[in-house]
Ligand binder design. Structure first.
Ligand SMILES: Cc1cc2nc3c(=O)[nH]c(=O)nc-3n(C[C@H](O)[C@H](O)[C@H](O)COP(=O)(O)OP(=O)(O)OC[C@H]3O[C@@H](n4cnc5c(N)ncnc54)[C@H](O)[C@@H]3O)c2cc1C
Length: 473
């Protein structure tokens, strides 16, 4: 029997545990122990219920086009729980001078694909609109080295586009800044389009036409989630795992390679394993691997992480009626606010709030504002309520019926310039330790679907290392 230690009980570690459990049930001679430092499993996936509302503390959904999370949900019996975002209400605003300005129709991520709505939009200056027109004639361009998203977007559309769209969109997904994040790691499709087509606008339009021609089925919703919230995924996974193998409140303190395996120490206990999957943030993986290989630890530690805070406020029906339609708004840096974005949850996922309630979820923190973690809940609420009032108007003077604040310290990996090269170096270092695999949001994707995939692939990798299973089986 081969024993596998899984370190970290977030969605990456749980997905890895589920993959091992499945192999075990199908007869493979493998067993596992999952170590989680906190008292609960699920990492940043936490769902709360307050006054008939469903409050997500961390992720509220995942991108439908990345199949791994939805596939896992189906496998663990949550197929009928899968829901899509209410895309008929999909509209996002940008805060400009304390007013909400709607993003024009036809913007794909930040690439304009429809001429008229873009020309008529008050969001962009004439100068930027002229840049957009000129962008259609950009010749193919292959950047010799990796660059920041800001550099690429600025080359195509100018700095206003970076401020109004690239930066706020990326701070919504990564809690990061366009001036730091790597195009090749974060927007590989853009780098590819630029090298083939030159103009991102033309490339996007061509891709859309091909997709439309290929797709016979109606368009899928942009985001998927679970009716009972993201925590349902954690609960269903845990229910399918061997309870005695799940060690909560068990931080792994050291990891020593020994013979053909590893000694894993958690608390006062040490145990021998044939293989280890580290499914923690990379900074935690770095401290565990320090004793084994300092270079390895250094590379892992060099992947920056940002912190974030989510604040969910529940209001009455009067506030709901006063709020605009749409999924919410993004706040550009130039707006001089601490809030990064807000979601009108009652529009995005209507059943998450009764009809006479408004549910507004706000995001703060990110690479620019680590200090927010030091603020008390009262201070954070005061900031959020003040800024909501300024942006959405006087009805937001109303006292919320409830408020929930969640702080996530160093939870979001930042794929900075050179990230892909760093991943190659990390992979070569990993290969020096057969029976070791890494999973989590620090490597090949930050969203829940990529984390699920990373956990599953980590299992394939170590089973292949142990000569037990080919990656394809
Ligand atoms: C506020 C927020 C909103 C987000 N929104 C979305 C979204 O809408 N859609 C989306 O797709 N993604 C979203 N993400 C990203 C996504 O949720 C995360 O990237 C993903 O859930 C990370 O999962 P993980 O298991 O890799 O890490 P984590 O959830 O961080 O879990 C890692 C676990 O490892 C444990 N650990 C650390 N060190 C040790 C140790 N030494 N021993 C034992 N255990 C240890 C930790 O306690 C933790 O439980 C969001 C993230 C945040 C923070």
């Amino acid at each position: 029997m081969k024993r596998i230690a899984i370190i970290g009980g977030g969605i990456s570690g749980l997905s890895a545990a589920y993959a091992v459990e499945e192999k075990r049930r199908s007869g493979a001679p493998v067993d596992y122990v999952l170590f989680e430092s906190s008292a609960r499993l699920g990492g940043v996936l936490v769902t709360d219920r307050v006054d008939g509302c469903l409050v997500e503390a961390g992720p509220d959904s995942f991108l439908t086009e990345k199949p791994w999370a939805a596939n896992l949900c189906t496998q663990i019996g949550l197929g009928d729980q899968l829901i899509g975002s209410n895309d008929s209400q999909r509209k996002t605003y940008i805060v400009v001078q304390n007013k909400l300005v709607v993003m024009p129709d036809g913007l794909m991520f930040m690439v304009p694909t429809k001429i008229l709505p873009t020309v008529l939009s008050p969001l962009f200056s004439w100068r930027t609109k002229m840049r957009m027109a000129g962008e259609w004639f950009h010749p193919p361009h292959q950047a010799a080295v990796d660059e920041t998203v800001a550099e690429m977007v600025e080359r195509h559309y100018g700095s206003e586009m970076v401020d109004l769209l690239a930066d706020p969109l990326l701070s919504g997904v990564y809690g990061g800044e366009a001036s730091q994040l790597s195009v090749r790691a974060v927007l590989p499709r853009f780098a590819d389009m630029e090298s083939k087509h030159g103009s991102l606008g033309r490339a996007m339009l061509a891709a859309r036409k091909t997709m439309a021609a290929a797709a016979k089925a109606p368009a899928k919703p942009l985001f998927s989630s679970l009716r009972d919230g993201m925590q349902a995924m954690v609960d269903a996974l845990v229910a399918r795992l061997d309870g005695s193998a799940l060690k909560t409140a068990s931080p792994v303190l050291s990891l020593i390679p020994q013979g053909d395996g590893w000694t894993v120490s958690a608390g006062y206990q040490s145990d021998q394993f044939d293989a280890v999957i580290i499914a923690t943030p990379t900074h935690a993986a770095a401290s565990l691997l320090e004793a084994a290989d300092q270079n390895f630890a250094r590379e892992l530690n060099a992947i920056p992480y940002s912190s974030s805070v989510t604040v969910t406020l529940g209001y009455d029906g009067k506030v709901r009626r006063s709020l605009p339609p749409g999924f919410g708004f993004l706040v550009p840096r130039s707006a001089g606010r601490r809030m990064l974005a807000a979601t009108f949850v009652h529009n995005k996922f209507p059943h998450r709030a009764p009809e006479d309630r408004a549910l507004v979820r706000c995001f703060l923190g990110g690479a620019r504002d680590e200090q927010i973690l030091q603020a008390s809940e009262e201070e954070i609420l005061a900031i959020v309520r003040h800024e909501l009032r300024q942006i959405l108007g006087k009805t937001l003077d109303a006292e919320p019926q409830f408020a929930r604040v969640f702080k996530w310290k160093a939870a979001m990996a930042q794929y900075s310039v050179g990230h892909l090269e760093r991943l190659q170096r990390i992979e070569s270092l990993r290969q020096k330790f057969p029976g070791l695999a890494l999973a989590g949001n620090g490597y090949g994707g930050i969203g829940v679907p990529d984390c699920v995939r990373s956990g599953t692939e980590a299992v394939d990798k170590i089973l292949a290392d142990m000569g037990m299973w080919s990656a394809a089986s």
